[in-house]
Design a binder for this molecule. Structure first.
Ligand code: GLC
Length: 567
């Protein structure tokens, strides 16, 4: 393993700052709150902290709408507190990466204010401005320059009366897309990135980075039945100049700097594209976040619910493991601030099986080849929130989808709420559960989003004292990656691809081999694998229940065996 690929042995922890810890009682997490809890993260043993955006922002999309890239959101603190936080992170031997959101800015960013002010100003072309569709009255329904829908509901274009044109926003109307075709935009972004690296940060997680290059002809998308707007993604996902832009960014920002981590969020990326993006020789980025394995239970439409089919999940993750085996690198995640909690989604969050299934899911993920990401609270087995009506949700995506589905797509509130309760992003965003006190130790005030009532049972304080907790299980998984070379460096072989109940694979490096089997059901299931007798007498490295007889795994059990093989 090359020394500049230190992140192959690393585990990253994601902090969603507004929900992590509130130090001043305003109900909103902040940087001082993170400083106060750094020892929790050091004890867990993670190597890198990724912060969701902490820059000044109108908070239309909880900070993914940035109005100043070179400062700190006052709700969260200031640059001096940030420097103190960064020093505290480095002091504990961890690194810190920032969220880089440059597909779009906030509409309140000075760049956009200037761009919007006149048709011929110097920054007009920093964003995507277009006139109304030919022959249509500007500002009337259907006159938008393309038929694309925005990710958060409604059209992807907003009419701006001031100059009588529309601007593109793939996300909310307060998130206008930056025009990466313009070299001045790119230079401004690179300068800002260098400024953060000079300040001491260790890299970037790059928000929807595979959308920065658009087909400049902006073609209409295909409309599918029952939806109000078309899917325009063919024109902007993995667009024509994406590789060129990432290589330029590498040259302009990363070249000559060491010890960095770059990970690109890329919804819709293919394995072949990911190989290109992460091939070290091509000098783009270190790894990508793909979405296939979290889209496995959603059917053809993102807002459809389908039960998990384990064989599909294995086929997907197996394809990614194989595709990036000899070139490039995988990132591994079940959770982030956009996904429901995995124990509620692919596990069983009821009292009987929550702990076992959270541990099983953690072990299966962490023992794949790739860099694992832990999302805050995942190390406690935090669950989805018991949402009632739409008034319980805060997320712009949930609210936008609700309106569009009811007003334009003929859905009933019950139908839409059922989906939002299972899939809504707010499931991941409820406050971190530190202890059993009334607001879970998150705040002394009123939290911006309700604390999950199950914090009385599920919280960090209780788990730190309990060696059998999900917390200590994650601690062990992270330690294993650091100490057992096969975890980071071994090759990967999927077993039992047609089994709907067991997830099984081996890892191998030199003469060390691991066998991992996870039971994705609440029943006892026997694993019919080759060599079962030999394996069941091998060293049982980890399990979340009693040692099994003959590889018969109890409900949600996971086993990890290790053996030495002759070459
Ligand atoms: C990414 C972020 C998500 C955000 C969107 C727009 O997908 O993870 O939270 O809403 O980009 O920035």
């Amino acid at each position: 393993m090359r020394s500049d690929e230190w992140w192959k042995k690393a585990v990253v922890y994601q902090i969603y700052p507004r929900s992590f810890a509130d130090s001043d009682g305003d109900g909103m997490g902040d940087l001082r709150g993170v400083i106060d809890h750094l020892d929790h993260l050091a004890e867990l043993g993670v190597d890198v902290l990724w912060f969701s955006p902490i820059y000044p922002s109108p908070q239309d999309d909880n900070g993914y709408d940035i109005s100043d890239y070179q400062d700190i959101e006052p709700l969260f603190g200031d640059l001096a507190t940030f420097d103190e936080l960064l020093a505290g992170v480095h002091h504990r031997g961890m690194k810190l990466i920032m969220d880089l959101v440059v597909n779009h800015s906030s509409d309140e960013h000075a760049w956009f204010q200037e761009s919007r002010s006149s048709k011929d100003g110097p920054k007009r072309d920093w964003y995507w401005w277009r006139p109304a569709r030919d022959g249509m009255e500007p500002g009337t329904p259907g006159a938008e320059p393309t038929n694309w829908g925005s990710v958060f509901g409604g059209p992807a274009w907003e009419y701006d009366e001031k100059t009588g044109e529309y601007y593109l926003h793939l996300f909310s109307r307060k998130q206008p897309d930056l025009n990466w075709e313009n070299p001045e935009v790119r230079e401004a972004v690179y300068a800002m990135m260098r400024w953060w690296l000079d300040r001491g940060v260790d890299g970037f997680r790059m928000d929807v980075i595979n959308m920065i290059s658009k087909d400049t002809s902006l073609p209409d998308g295909r409309l599918s039945a029952g939806t109000a707007y078309a899917d325009g993604s063919a024109a902007y996902v993995g667009g024509p100049r994406l590789h060129e832009f990432l290589q330029e960014m590498h040259r302009e920002v990363f070249a000559g700097r060491e010890g960095l981590l770059t990970v690109g969020e890329m919804p819709g990326v293919t394995v072949d594209e990911a190989r290109l993006h992460t091939d070290p020789a091509r000098q783009e980025i270190d790894m990508v976040f793909q979405f296939d394995h979290v889209w496995v239970d959603r059917g053809t439409d993102p807002w459809m619910l389908q039960p998990l089919q384990l064989t599909k999940l294995k086929a997907i993750l197996g394809r990614w493991q194989a595709g990036l085996a000899d070139l490039g690198w995988n990132s591994l995640y079940w959770n982030n601030h956009d996904q429901p909690r995995v124990v509620s989604r692919y596990g069983d969050d009821g009292p009987e099986h929550r702990v076992a299934s959270a541990k099983m899911l953690g072990a299966v993920l962490h023992l794949h080849r790739g860099t694992p990401y832990v999302y805050q609270g995942e190390e406690l087995g935090m669950t989805n929130y018991p949402f009632g009506g739409i008034e319980d949700f805060r997320d712009i995506e949930a609210l936008g989808h609700y309106r569009q589905a009811l007003d334009l797509e003929g859905r009933t509130p019950d139908e839409v709420l059922t989906v939002l309760r299972a899939r809504g992003r707010d499931n991941a965003r409820t406050p971190m559960q530190w202890d059993a006190s009334p607001q879970a130790g998150f705040t002394t005030g009123t939290p911006w989003l309700a604390v999950n009532p199950n914090h009385r049972e599920i919280n960090a304080a209780a788990q730190r004292d309990d060696p059998d907790s999900v917390f200590h299980w994650y601690r062990q998984l992270i330690e294993l990656r650091h100490t057992e070379p096969v975890v980071a460096g071994g090759d990967f072989t999927m077993l039992l691809p047609n089994d709907e109940r067991l997830y099984a694979f081996t890892r191998r490096l030199d003469d060390t081999e691991l066998l991992v089997i996870g039971n994705f059901t609440g029943e006892t299931v026997g694993a019919e694998i080759e060599d079962a007798a030999a394996w069941s007498s091998a060293e049982l490295l980890l399990t979340n229940a009693a040692a099994p007889d003959d590889l018969r795994l109890g409900p949600w059990q996971v086993v990890v065996y290790r053996r030495t093989v002759r070459r």
